[in-house]
Design a protein around this ligand. Sequence first.
Ligand code: ATP
Ligand code: MG
Length: 437
Amino acid sequence: MYLSNLFIPITKDLPSEAKIKSHQLMLRAGMIKQSAAGIYSWLPLGFKIMKKIEQIVREEQNSIGAQEMLMPTIQSSEIWKESGRYEDYGQEMLRIKDRQGREMLYGPTNEELITDIFRTSMKSYKSLPQILYHIQWKFRDEIRPRFGVMRCREFYMKDAYSFDLNDEDAKNSYNKMFFSYIKTFNRLGLKAIPMAAETGPIGGDLSHEFVILAKTGESQVYADKRILEIDLDEYDASNKSLDKMRKDFSSIYAVTDEKFKDHEFNKLVKKEDQLKTKGIEVGHIFYFSDKYSKPLNCLIDDKQGKKTPVRMGSYGIGISRLVGATIEANYNNEIMKWPKSIAPFDVVIIVNISKSNKENLEKAEKIYKELKKQNIDVLLDDVEENMSNKFKKHDLIGIPYQIIIGSKTEQDKFEFKEQNSKIQILSLENIKSQLKK
Ligand code: ATP
Ligand code: MG
């Protein structure tokens, strides 16, 4: 892609409500545009990053056998009346009437709809277990939408639902999802900490919020510092059941405010290990057993032929929120820093161009073609503009590697720079092999 062709409305004008860095940087880099309070259009640069996050989430869901599907955004109120949540959900639910006067709604979540699909399709324990998921827009009429894409009214979410015969099997689905989340966030270059969350009347310990530590987060976090050290890549999983593993990963104290109790924290965590900070919730997994299957009469025949409500859990990841959360976790002053796995481009070629000198651009185009051939996603900055502005712009956008074609360029050696490192002078072959790594 040539920068001169890219739709990227970079701006310096920021609205006063853009208070946190991720919101400011996303607006400045032309990644999003607000269309109404808490409702955004995703412009090409922002959209590309979000799609990369979505793809990693999808791959990790598929890898545990979850099956992708797609449910609509508009739902009928009937099933919500059956579950009892139509009234309970309150003003966060956007209610709509169609021309027949039927009550509809824009889905804030999909437990009811997926249960309805399941109850009419699956009748026997033989078709269990199942995990279904979709990646779809949600609407919640948040009272105070803020922080850009972090707390929107319309947002993009992956939500998965598991179906099992009994609590024991359901725990296994939960554990699989737990580690799929750890892997997903690792691949996104994020340290997301599983924190014990409310289970309500269901009880047990099968509810975790995945939280990234960040000063601008909305969740208050209380944890034992040692939880930061647990790392799946270094964990010895041999001869360990999934349940034992999950316990190892969640036995160290970590909760958000809703579950926090002062005396418990002081009793369980030594003073010097106590961590009190803020975090951003990027995912939530929750086992709720027959909470929806019972009122919605979603029954299956067990091994004895007796009808029993299917046991369900739900598992969400805030895909659009993750774009902002990743910036919050990594930015440095006016610089966005994208992990390589989700960077909008692999590398940018920054060319010093003037009317009198077309030589640099020719060199750059040659490199561009070479890299394209290697399947490297490259952006070529072919805009006529002074170099210091160009550098500022590319610092902002945060592509992990730069090739600079300017005064220091020799015949077949080029300036090559990894974000936050020193410039190296390398041949194209060397650059290619660095990028391929
Ligand atoms: P929060 O506590 O942040 O309001 P929640 O508990 O209501 O979130 P869930 O229903 O568990 O959220 O939704 C799953 C995920 O969807 C959350 O972990 C979060 O990443 C994302 N999410 C929820 N609400 C929003 C929102 N208003 N804007 C953007 N993302 C959201
Ligand atoms: Mg939650």
